[in-house]
Ligand binder design. Structure first.
Ligand code: DGL
Length: 282
């Protein structure tokens, strides 16, 4: 499922990137930095965020719907820029969209964390659903069973990121409450997987609580290295959201690191698109 493409750069079709909301923009940011000449379609399911509190079945169904939308845009690759969707839907999406390659978040981040840890203790911060699935613990164990994995569901950080409350006392108190106790132990982790694509936004607060020596693994950066396509040029991005664009647009710049006022987000009617697809298939 994790794959790279030969002749990738010469294929003019866009790369489809999706997330439950705005968090996947941190992944898009890494992709754009490595491949600014590519065309990207970013799809944020802002109407149904968060995914992290929902059941595996619901997340899988929602994610498949988003892959179905991206297929209509003739994408040459899908990057699942959401850990929760990666955990519950990567295989289903790969089957659905084959032979289009699919990149998911967990395997590259697990491998990067194992490479980074010196004391063999990794903390995974993720949504409730990601942590409950045990996917990171399994992926790490399969690569190196001697590594200890501590998983903490830090779901509230998703809402804080969506709200843009990524620094200040409220963000600090939430991070402290979730992960502070782990860093009071002598046997504290030296590496943290930001196992939710919303969390790189809270990077500074997380380092503040965990200590400057900790290594943070950003899923987007780890996943981007898997894609064998380096291009130069001007980014060409299209933003699609399932809820109103008003909430999305002001947050784009903060997440993406570039001004996006000249790229208006487009609202898509997900139900209508999926129904049309269904009718066509029957
Ligand atoms: N950003 C997503 C992730 O990486 C999910 C956040 C959510 O929708 O709860 O898991």
């Amino acid at each position: 499922m994790q794959s790279s493409c030969s002749h990738f750069s010469s294929d003019p079709r866009p790369i489809g990137v999706f997330d439950s909301g705005i968090g996947g923009l941190t992944v898009l940011r890494s992709l754009m930095a490595a491949m600014p000449g590519e065309r990207f379609i970013y799809l944020g399911d802002t109407a149904r965020v968060p995914y992290g509190t929902k059941s595996a079945e619901t997340v899988c169904a929602y994610s498949l719907g988003l892959a179905q939308v991206l297929r209509q845009y003739d994408v040459k690759m899908i990057v699942i820029a959401c850990n929760t969707a990666s955990v519950h839907a990567a295989e289903a999406i790969a089957d659905f969209i084959a032979p289009v390659p699919v990149i998911s978040m967990v395997p590259p981040a697990a491998a990067a964390a194992i490479k980074a840890t010196k004391n063999k203790h990794i903390l995974v911060m993720g949504t409730q659903s990601t942590i409950r699935s045990g996917s990171y613990a399994r992926a790490i164990d399969a690569l190196d069973p001697s590594v200890k994995v501590t998983g903490i569901a830090t779901q509230l950080l998703v809402a804080l990121a969506e709200e843009g409350w990524i620094d200040g006392p409220i963000a600090r108190a939430a991070v402290e409450r979730y992960i502070g106790p782990v860093f009071e132990n002598a046997d504290k982790p030296d590496t943290i997987i930001l196992g939710c694509t919303h969390f790189p936004l809270l990077r500074d607060v997380i380092v503040d609580v965990a200590g400057q020596d900790v290594t943070l693994i950003d899923c987007g950066e780890a996943a981007q290295k898997l894609i064998n396509g380096r291009t130069k040029g001007q980014p060409d991005i299209r933003f699609l959201v399932t809820d109103s664009v008003e909430r999305f647009t002001p947050l784009v710049e903060r997440f993406l690191g570039i001004s996006a006022t000249n790229i208006p987000a487009e609202h898509i009617d997900l139900t209508a698109i999926l129904n049309t697809d269904l009718k066509r298939a029957s």
